[in-house]
Design a protein around this ligand. Structure first.
Ligand code: URA
Length: 216
């Protein structure tokens, strides 16, 4: 059986054909806002499936119409999806469709245009973070500044674990995140060539937030 992901140095590239096909349509400049948003949600569901593969399980006794059995269920407190505003919300929705019981945190960050440094304007997490596993979501891992700022802040809450999920990554962003946080696994559908002078991913898909919300 061929693996649906390639793992290297704590980076998991989800190679599933459906993910790759949908990503290609998202990249095309003529793809409409509604189609872009729908595809982001669909890819997010598929990424959620991969990123939750190792979730801890336990057993509970249930009764089917035929017999009693010990049946597997997820163990522990509901996990937390943390969306980096605003583009993170475009993949948050898809993930919530697959994991409806997840709790949700939000981090508002914007890129200071001259320095590309991430500035925080909003931070709200669910309670009991030390008992929870966290998945941080943002479609584009570009310079990695926002990702590192988000991971720094989430780590202050001392959750059980943190994973980072994006649709697309630049090698610069992956390196920057792992220079600061080598312990954080990154899940992505593709790693592109690099960044241009405006810190956009090349070839990328443009501004994910603008394309998702029709604010081009
Ligand atoms: N953010 C985006 O939306 N697109 C990029 O290419 C880089 C950062």
């Amino acid at each position: 059986m061929t693996q649906s992901f390639a793992a290297d140095n704590n980076v998991f590239v989800i190679k599933h054909p459906l993910v790759q096909h949908k990503l290609t349509i998202m990249r095309k400049k003529e793809t409409s806002t509604s189609k872009f948003r729908r595809l982001a949600g669909e890819i997010a569901m598929l990424l959620a499936y991969e990123v939750t593969r190792d979730m801890p399980m336990t057993f509970t006794e249930i009764e089917t119409p035929i017999a009693k059995m010990q049946a597997p269920i997820l163990k522990g407190q509901e996990l937390v999806l943390v969306s980096i505003l605003r583009a993170g919300n475009g993949i948050l929705d898809g993930m919530l469709r697959l994991i409806p019981s997840a709790h949700v945190g939000h981090i508002g960050l914007y890129r200071e245009p001259k320095t590309q440094v991430a500035v925080e304007y909003y931070f709200k997490m669910p309670p009991n973070m030390p008992e929870r596993d966290v998945i941080i979501v943002d479609p584009m891992l570009a310079t990695g500044h926002s990702a590192v700022a988000a991971i720094d802040r989430v780590k202050e809450q001392k959750p059980k674990s943190i994973k980072y999920v994006c649709l697309l990554a630049a090698p610069e962003g992956v390196s920057f995140v792992h220079e600061h946080h080598p312990d954080i696994p990154i899940y992505t559908a593709a790693i592109d060539q690099g960044l241009n002078e405006k810190a956009y991913i090349v070839p990328g898909l443009g501004d994910a937030g603008d394309r998702m919300f029709g604010t081009l």
